[in-house]
Each structure stands twice: as C-alpha cells, then as structure tokens.
Ligand binder design. Sequence first.
Ligand SMILES: *[C@@H]1O[C@H](CO)[C@@H](O)[C@H](O)[C@H]1NC(C)=O
Ligand SMILES: *[C@@H]1O[C@H](CO)[C@@H](O)[C@H](O)[C@H]1NC(C)=O
Ligand SMILES: *[C@@H]1O[C@H](CO)[C@@H](O)[C@H](O)[C@H]1NC(C)=O
Length: 594
Amino acid sequence: MRALRLLAMLASSACHLASGQTDDMCNAQDRTYSTETMPAGTHQPYDKLNPVVGMLSTKFYVTVVNLTPHRFMLEGTHSYQMDIFDFGDVPQGRARQNAVKYRGTWSTRDDAGEAYYRIDGTDKRFALRVKSYIPSSDPRRVVLDLSGMGLGQREYVYPGGDTAVSLVITGSNRFGFQASLRHGPGNWMRNMYDVIRDRPVRHLIMPGTHDAGMSTITDKIVSIGSEENTQNQGINIYDQLQTGSRWFDLRICSVHANDDAGRNNGFWVMHVNDEMATLAIGNTGESLDDVISEINRFTSENPGEIIFFAMRYLVGRYEFPDRGPILWNAAIVDDFFSKLRAIHNRCLHLDTNTGFQNHKASYFMDHNEGKGCVILLLNGHLDGRESPADGIYDIGRMTIRDHWSNRMQASDMVPDQVNNWRSVTRGGGASDYGSFMIAQWLVTPDAVATTAYSLQNFAIQPTNPSLYWAGVNGMDPEHWPNVLMVDYIGVQQRDQWAWNRLSAEMYTLAVGMNLYMASENCDVGRRRNPLLRRGEMGMVESRGVPWNGIIFANGTTVDDPDPMLHLGRVEILRNGTVFGNGTVVEQSMPNPWL
Ligand SMILES: *[C@@H]1O[C@H](CO)[C@@H](O)[C@H](O)[C@H]1NC(C)=O
Ligand SMILES: *[C@@H]1O[C@H](CO)[C@@H](O)[C@H](O)[C@H]1NC(C)=O
Ligand SMILES: *[C@@H]1O[C@H](CO)[C@@H](O)[C@H](O)[C@H]1NC(C)=O
C-alpha cells in the first residue's frame, strides 16, 4: 500500500517535470491546503477558570495543527473509562480539536486512551495518549509521542478544567519536520532567509508580545497593580525573543520623585489603566536598562533577525501616580534617546519614502552587515518626534492596523479577530492588502475577574490554546495577520516560566505559517513552496542535531531514553476498552498498534 503511494508520488512529480515545469516555480495546481470542513471546537466555559470547579472537570482536548503538505491520517484509537474519545484526520493546513471526556470522574486510576496517526505519503507516525496519574499533584496528563518521527516525546499537564494541550507540526518529508515539543534555534527568520527574503514585511507572520516588559512586578510606583491583574508575561524580553516574538508592545514611562518632578528615577516598563489619567492604576515591570541588555544579548547570539519595538506611553508619572502625567521635555527625550542608542543593530537612516511594511524582509535582514535590524518605533506622547539618524522612528513610518477586541471572553474575542483578518486578502496584485496587521489574541477581563483568576490563567486556559484550533482554522493561504500578539507567550503550565518548562506552539506556528501557509499562495512568492521543492535538505541540518528524547511533565528531560520507553503506552487492551469504530473489547488482547 505505502509502496504504491510512494510510486504514485514519484510518478506525479516526474510528470510535472516532464511537462516542462521547473521544480522551482510556484504553481497554483500544486496547492496542498485542504478546504475540508473541520468539526466545530469548544471554548473553555468561563466557570471552569474557577480552580475548584475546574478540578472537577472531566473534559479535555488535544489540538493537532498540520502545517505540512501531508494529511495526518488517524489509524485508530482505543479508550478505557471514557465517554468521548473523539479524534480524527487532520488535513493539510488545518487544525482539529480532538475531545476527551472521562466516564464519571477522571480519577479512576485505570483510565487510558491512545490515538495513533500516520503522516500520509511518508513512513512517519505519532501517537497521542491521555492518562490520569493518581496520586499526583498534577494528575491529568497527555503524552505527545513523536518518537516515530524522530522528534521525541513530551508529557504535558492540562493547565485547568476543560483546557487543551496543543501540538503543532510543520515541515515535510522532503524538508524535514519540526514540532512544538521544544523550541528551535532563536534565529528562526535567518533560518528561512531564502524563503522570506523577497517577501515584503507585510507578508511575514510573526509572534508578538503584549505588555512585553511586564514579566515581573517592580513596585516603582505606589499602586494596587499586582501579579494577578497587571503582569502580562512570564518570561523576560530575552526569552520572549527566543520563543520567537518579533513584535514587542512595550510601554515605557519615566518615574519621578513625589516632591520633585525634576528628579527622574529612571525609565521603566509600566502597565496602567490609562497613562494620561489623573490617577493611574497599575505597576511597573522591567527597567529599560534590563530590556536593552536583554535585546543586545539576544542579537549578539542570533544575528540577522527583524525585531520591532513599538513603544507606547512615553510620559512621566510621579511615584505616587495621582497627579496626572508629566509630559517629557526636551531634556527627558534626550535622556531617553541616549539610552536607546545603547541598543545594538539599530537601523539608521532607513528609507522612509516607502512604508516599512512594504520593504522586503532582506532589506532589514541584510542591514548592519547581515546582523539585521532592531527597529525602534515611537507610539507615545512625543508629538511625532523621531531620530532616523539614531534608528528611532515615529510609528507612522509603517502603516499598521492594530486590532484589539476588548472582550472578556475568548469565545467573543476569537470570531472578532478572525473576521478582522479575513476581511482582507493577501497576495493577488491590486487586491493585496497594503498594511501590516496586528491581531491582539488576548482577552480583556475586568479588574474583579483578573484579580480572582489572574491574567495568566486567562491566557493559558481559554485564550492561547484557542489560537491553535479556532485561529488556525480561520487562516488559509490568503488570510492571516502579520502579528499574533499574546499574553504569557510560551507558558503552558501555571507559574512554570523556566526555559525548559516552556512550550513551542507559538514558535512552531509562526515558522509553519511562513514556511507552509504563505508559501501556498503564489502571489506571495513566485518560488515553489520550499516544503515541496527538491534539494532543500541543507536547511534540515541548520535546524540542529536530531533529538529523540523525552520531556517529563515535571520538566525533567532525558536526551537518550531507552528506545522501548513510551510514556503512557498501553500494552494490553483490557476487556471493556472501546475502539474508535465503537467495537468493545470482550477479552483482553495485546494492543494491535504496537
Ligand atoms: C520527574 O519525573 C521523572 C519521571 O516520573 C522522575 O524520574 C524524576 O525523578 C522527576 N524529577 C523531579 C525533579 O521530580
Ligand atoms: C472483564 O472481564 C472480567 C473477568 O472476566 C469481568 O469480571 C468483567 O466484568 C469484565 N468487564 C467488562 C467491562 O466487560
Ligand atoms: C473495529 O476496530 C478494531 C481495531 O482496529 C478492529 O479489530 C475491528 O475489526 C473493527 N470492527 C469493525 C466492526 O470494523
């Protein structure tokens, strides 16, 4: 069967070549993106954010995102102690929210469920496993086993009730695959230089971070902003860059002594309800000095990227912020600009006759002798002041549509964001959308709800996971935003912010959107989708040494496990086990998929 399919594939590509077509040209007939209708998904209900209610939840999801030219074929499932174990094929370019519901409670000890997939037209396989571990403080888990693709295994804990764990896969059999179990190299743009170099910046897709410097609470102003209601990220700017973020929503204020507006206690990232209000409520995050050294550390290790810092606020506040803003005078602006001059790889004297969104990626990536650009954009209260000679530009140098939904529930925010990016078309000559679009994939709960449930839980439970089914299924080769801006980038598990506890869904989504989705649109690039081209193997090597290890739920990583070790794998299917086709096992039997 498989041999036949392979032969058919070879024959069809030989045929294409024989008909005079070069392997290097994008051709609409080669499109692999599937328009198949996917089953509707479900957003986490609001009450499940309550930890007591959430603890009793018996419903979970495993979302699978396919950003490859191959269909993911479900070979079979079995489950024990589950009422619902609904998994299915994931076509090319699509996502499926697979549902699991335990029978009774999830704490049955002997529950088990597995879904076995194979990647069509290849010899690659993966398995998804759901199992509860009693007793354990993190009992509800899923294992993503990609050892059959040489991409390792990872055990995840569900972050709350009715929540999802997501798996994103991109690449192709010819090109090599990568998946969201671990982050790839920091310089993801440079790594696909050949793919994106001729695309204008408005045809790139990149992660963004909202209130980016608010990864800590530093109390430089006296206010009630707490970690629950004012902290928007778990990791600092350096780690955000490593997780792939290239658009930073950074809000900066100077903080002034209460009794002397002339005494400036330095520049701080700040998050307040309204920086111009008489009484500002919020708190400070990282210092500008720390932000700058983190940027410089990243770009020295990862040259060649395009990184945007869009800086808002740019006013002063008193330590006790109850007397309105202090508008920056020339001296403070000078101070601020001289700080910014410490950022390496700024891009001086950029051509401002062309909107920055219309310059090719290579225009920025080739700058500074190939070290790339850190582009500083001022979007505060500075009346259009800028300094192109220092690489500091007014935000108006780029035409941007920044869409904020201002909704409390993910179920309201999601359709609003998807409709916004679907209202414009990418590629296609005159109809090509000419601006740079930011999708703020985040919810805006009121103060009571954030204090009760925390911005972190809103991000990691209902909001970020919905990007991987509702968001992905709202995209296609003609429709996508340029920036996917989130809170708590990379964070999968509450308060687990160490690098080895992060998860790479956003990173892999961004890589896959540029590599696969945008490449399927021949109006975005004349060259053939790199995933379908021959002779791209060089890029596989640049993505690093193959890794087929295991990351356990507690973060412990084993690089070289016993090849027979597959977390959560069921060897014997006991009587009462249900197959995907509804057949019930009457007598215990060996697992037929092993
Ligand atoms: C993490 O889990 C693994 C597997 O259960 C275990 O062997 C290891 O000791 C644990 N590590 C820590 C630090 O708890
Ligand atoms: C499984 O088999 C055992 C032993 O024969 C029997 O006691 C039990 O009721 C069976 N369970 C189911 C769900 O059929
Ligand atoms: C259901 O699936 C199982 C496992 O693949 C298989 O053994 C069985 O024959 C199937 N039953 C039917 C009715 O198709």
